[in-house]
Design a protein around this ligand. Structure first.
Ligand SMILES: [Zn+2]
Length: 598
């Protein structure tokens, strides 16, 4: 659905937010919400989560000093629960609510304000007026304490703004308001066109070496490839070759060591490490490919999850978890296409693409949780498991991103093997069938049946609703990819995940591994190792896991010296041999090219 530009100012919206950066040092925004026509008992609430990030985050913990007034009359708001309030008022008079929001979370999910930049999502700043959520909402962003050098960027339609972007914006409803984050600051920005639509790229925190034109050129290739993907045949939205939005904004925040992104209907908020930005004088490394993959991922979401979306997300409930079994499709298939479209855009070669695919396959194979939860269960459980990472996460659940992408790969390669269709055709047919809106798994099954002339319920049952291993080897080999079995890294052989900063710490003990059998526990500090016995016995201090191989030599069994809760323990550890991992390479260029270069 293309966003319509704001209408005339002669009819101001019944709901109006005034937002201003009020105190940069205290990280406070000041918000004034005016309801032209309140109810006698008016309820307002702040969301507990932001669509796209499936965790209840209780944004209201940062809201303070809520005041209500009508004219000169102050009214005490009654707090009803953790995130909602009720105000008893005169329905014939406008109601004005004012409050502050503390903004000091440097992620794409909430809000930030300091002397260098501001960023906010409406879910963190804008109280929701439940009974008027479908009415137009206006937001006036005032400069407040913003330095004169600051500018504003957002996907929201500007109604009346100044040269810097401060002024009034208008949303058709609350959903649109909170789906258009704002970036404020003295950022770098540039534009390009893709599919006839202007795309703005804003980068905060870029170092002097940043090569902006390179980033713009590569992002443009990604966007054009994605638009071509969805609109091949020219029928997908009824507007041949045009994306389903009138403008698009990338808001990238470069930090020392950040990574993440959140998709929105016509914008995305991204965070990356400064060293991953392209530099004029240096050849971009793997980190830059990761950034391009993130750009590709969030942009693909403009179609796949923001428009085509789980039936359960037809209408968001901002007060509680919104459960769906379909994240393996919306996150997983988006993850499959993010890197594949980099390959098709010419930003990766076959070998580079297979390296990334290789990584996803090995990650899945090193996750014991894949044998515990199906990827549909993992989607449903995202709120309690995947988004609440702890030392047991790899044993308890499976990534619907990683395994979902490999389900997409299996579907694509099976379709291609049977011919003449591919998963690309399935995605476009789904877009049409579901009218770029809510979708159920039955729609996917129906489209698969329609295109291929056979049922795919057996495949989905096995790949999506069971913990059966995916048929990756046969499918990859059939499409020109060779699989080499190579000795695994030591951590994988031992079934441990460790950190080596300062000392050797056990982060996770993987289910059924040698580390678990020896009695290692998460949190242990692995101090050293005792090798041999009697006169040949020797003891060694360990700082890095790989040092174990240096000292163990040919010994298949050693004693691990471990500190746990200040107690020193000796754990008998058998070093497994023959643990292997996959390395993929192109065996038959033509067969691989038919899939990768499609
Ligand atoms: Zn995603």
């Amino acid at each position: 659905m293309p966003r319509t530009p704001g209408r005339s100012t002669r009819h101001p919206a019944a709901l109006h937010y005034q937002v201003e950066p009020a105190d940069l040092r205290a990280h406070l925004y000041r918000i004034t919400l005016t309801l032209a026509q309140p109810q006698a008992l008016q309820r307002v609430a702040l969301p507990v989560w932001i669509p796209g990030s499936y965790l209840v985050r209780e944004f209201s913990k940062n809201l303070q000093k809520l005041q209500a007034r009508q004219g000169r009359r102050l009214i005490t708001p009654q707090q009803l629960d953790k995130c909602s309030w009720q105000i008893a008022c005169d329905p014939k008079q406008p109601l004005e609510l004012s409050y502050e929001v503390y903004a000091y979370d440097n992620s794409v999910r909430t809000a930030w304000l300091d002397a260098t930049r501001g960023f906010f999502n409406g879910t963190s700043l804008c109280l929701r007026v439940d009974d008027q959520a479908d009415a137009p909402h206006e937001l006036t962003l005032r400069p407040g304490k913003a330095p004169a050098s600051w500018q504003v960027s957002s996907g929201l339609a500007a109604l009346k703004t100044d040269r810097r972007g401060f002024g009034t914006y208008r949303a058709a409803n609350y959903d649109e308001l909170v789906d258009c984050p704002f970036e404020l600051g003295a950022f770098w920005s540039g534009n390009f066109k893709a599919g006839g639509v202007t795309h703005r790229f804003v980068v905060a925190g870029a170092p002097p070496s940043f090569d902006g034109p390179r980033l713009l050129a590569d992002a443009q290739r990604i966007c054009e490839t994605a638009i071509r993907f969805w609109h091949a045949g020219g029928h997908a939205t009824g507007r041949s070759g045009k994306p389903p939005f009138a403008s698009y904004v990338f808001m990238l925040n470069a930090t020392d060591d950040g990574y993440g992104g959140l998709e929105h209907r016509n914008s995305t908020a991204l965070i990356c490490a400064r060293r991953d930005l392209p530099r004029a004088e240096a050849k971009p490394g793997e980190g830059y490919t990761t950034l391009l993959g993130l750009i590709s991922h969030e942009y693909f979401h403009s179609w796949n999850v923001k428009r085509l979306r789980p039936a359960e997300f037809a209408r968001y409930d901002y007060r509680a978890e919104n459960y769906t079994e379909l994240l393996w499709f919306f996150e997983g298939f988006t993850s499959y296409y993010d890197d594949l479209l980099l390959r098709r855009a010419g930003l990766l070669d076959d070998a580079g693409y297979l390296r990334l695919l290789n990584k996803s396959i090995n990650q899945l194979q090193q996750t014991p949780g894949r044998l515990v939860q199906s990827v549909a269960q993992a989607s449903f459980d995202a709120w309690g498991k995947y988004y609440r990472v702890d030392e047991n996460t790899p044993n308890a659940t499976v990534s619907y991103y990683g395994k979902g992408a490999l389900v997409a790969l299996c579907l694509d390669l099976t379709l291609r093997a049977e011919g003449p269709h591919s998963l690309d055709d399935v995605m476009r047919a789904l877009w049409l069938r579901c009218k770029a809106g809510p979708m159920a798994e039955s729609d996917l099954l129906a489209v698969l049946q329609e295109l291929s002339g056979r049922s795919w319920s057996r495949e989905l049952k096995r790949w999506v609703h069971s913990t059966t291993e995916l048929p990756l080897r046969g499918l990859l080999e059939r499409h020109g990819v060779a699989i080499h079995e190579e000795p695994a890294q030591l951590a994988q052989r031992l079934g441990l995940r460790v950190s080596e900063s300062g000392s050797l710490q056990i982060k996770t003990v993987l289910r059924g591994g040698a580390g678990e059998q020896a009695g290692f526990a998460a949190g242990d500090e692995w101090l050293g190792v005792e090798v041999g016995s009697g006169k040949t016995r020797s003891r060694w201090r360990l700082h890095k896991l790989d040092d174990l191989l240096l000292y163990a030599g040919g010994h298949g069994r050693v004693q691990a010296l471990v500190a746990r809760d200040k107690c020193l323990l000796t754990l008998p550890l058998t070093l497994p041999r023959n643990t292997t991992t996959w390395r993929l390479s192109v065996r038959a260029k033509e067969a691989a090219g038919a899939w990768l270069g499609a």
